[in-house]
Design a binder for this molecule. Structure first.
Ligand code: FEO
Length: 426
């Protein structure tokens, strides 16, 4: 069956008075940054804003799409008219054509965030135009004569350098990756393209979700603006009900509702013959014994066998502590544990409490390997792991209960400082 043909904008597209889209379409892209699936391709959105005393170019495109970008730019402005280039984000999909644009527009000053100022040197050779770079923060402006651009510092969306640019006279926010999505459709506007909700939410989940504290801080800056249009760096331009997307981001980035004085501890395990499962139950019981005293730690047990990783990731994002139990098989932790641990890049888990335990036959590497991975993910691992050889003994179960108890105490900030046994370090 032939695919429906979607009309593609060939030239620059007016998106407001004196404002044009001058980006590029990449309909055939199927993965972005290696890890992101892009079934609908993407667009690299760039914009030209004309004022009475100059033209600003906001963002550029990926290097191999530069020809489309320059051709669209030339249809709406001469290079000698360009007084400002704003780079809201330095990732190469937006800055690929920047060096050439700076060469072609010698009168233009480049405006980037303070964080971007040093990053820029690591990405491109700035020696030829170092004097033309100005770093800006929230409240700084650049005039184009009868209109001005206002900068909003919105870092970590999703790099440290990201900023948004506000054009008050048009009620237009140029938001970079924020509010973007990989959805290529030449009809360009949200009220004209197909249904892109799944792409919008997939993009949020994979790009913005790890930075949701920063998302909320950026929304604090954006919500008071009289928004008429959000012009992001990828995907449809949001001119119809832009506040719907702001509300969606607010909802997606909201912290979970749980009592401020309670902590949650998740115990994940996988067990071949029941030994690691029984150890998991002992860990949970130990943690609950603290909760029973104080009523402050909520413990849940999760068997990884047949579990659903996205659901576990959601739980982990909201949890305060994570304990993983794995047998050692062929000198390694078992694959479902690694599958879950390698799926945590989309959530912020730094600073959570982590621990590990497991049974083994003769080598027992899994526990230390999991602990190393937890430390690599920036979790705190304050309680030594517990290993049990073959069938766990009463002493092993007692050690598991103590592991759970200590983990819970750390969650409550009541753990005693650990006393190192120097002999064990020899
Ligand atoms: Fe679209 Fe972070 O680049």
């Amino acid at each position: 069956m032939a695919m429906p043909k979607i009309a593609r904008a060939e030239g620059a597209v007016a998106i407001g008075a004196g404002v044009h889209w001058i980006g590029a379409f990449d309909p055939d892209l199927r993965s972005f940054d290696i890890i992101l699936r892009t079934a609908n391709g993407t667009s690299y959105n760039a914009y030209a804003v004309r004022g009475s005393a100059g033209v600003a170019v906001i963002d550029t495109v990926k290097a191999n799409f530069a020809q489309s970008f320059f051709s669209r730019l030339e249809s709406v402005a001469g290079y000698d008219e360009i007084t400002a280039i704003v780079q809201n984000h330095l990732e190469p999909d937006h800055s690929g054509a920047l060096p050439e644009l700076l060469r072609r527009a010698p009168a233009a000053t480049l405006y980037v965030s303070h964080q971007a100022r040093t990053m820029l040197r690591g990405l491109i050779d700035t020696s030829a135009f170092e004097q033309r770079i100005v770093s800006v923060g929230t409240g700084d402006t650049v005039t184009l004569g009868d209109r001005e651009l206002l900068f909003l510092n919105t870092p970590y969306l999703h790099w440290p350098d990201t900023q948004c640019t506000w054009l008050a006279t048009a009620g237009m926010l140029f938001s970079g990756d924020f509010f973007g999505c990989h959805y290529c459709d030449g009809r360009l506007f949200n009220d004209a393209v197909g249904d892109f909700r799944s792409s919008f939410e997939y993009y949020y989940a994979n790009i913005m979700r790890p930075f949701r504290t920063h998302v909320r801080q950026a929304l604090d800056l954006i919500e008071p603006l009289p928004l008429q249009t959000i012009a992001p760096g990828h995907g449809p331009i949001l001119r119809q009900d832009p506040r719907d997307y702001v509300r969606r981001y607010r909802a997606l980035s909201a912290p979970a509702l749980h009592a401020a004085d309670s902590r949650t501890l998740l115990v994940f395990y996988l067990s071949a013959y029941g030994a690691t499962r029984r150890m998991a139950e002992a860990v949970a019981a130990g943690a609950e014994s603290v909760g029973a005293e104080a009523g402050e730690v909520r413990v849940s047990l999760h068997d990884l066998e047949g579990g659903d990783i996205p659901s576990f990731v959601d739980l982990i994002e909201e949890a305060d502590g994570l304990v993983f139990g794995s047998p050692t098989i062929n000198g390694d932790a078992v694959k479902p544990v690694w599958d879950l641990l390698s799926s945590l890049a989309t959530v912020d888990i730094r600073g959570k409490i982590g621990a590990a335990f497991g049974s083994y036959g003769w080598s027992g590497e899994a526990v230390a390997m999991i602990e190393d991975r937890l430390r690599g993910l920036k979790l705190r691992v304050p309680v030594p792991g517990v290993k049990a050889r073959l069938v766990p003994t009463d002493e092993d179960f007692a050690a598991c209960r103590e592991l759970g108890r200590q983990a819970a105490l750390h969650l409550l900030g009541r753990a005693l400082p650990r006393v190192l046994d120097m002999a064990s370090l020899a």
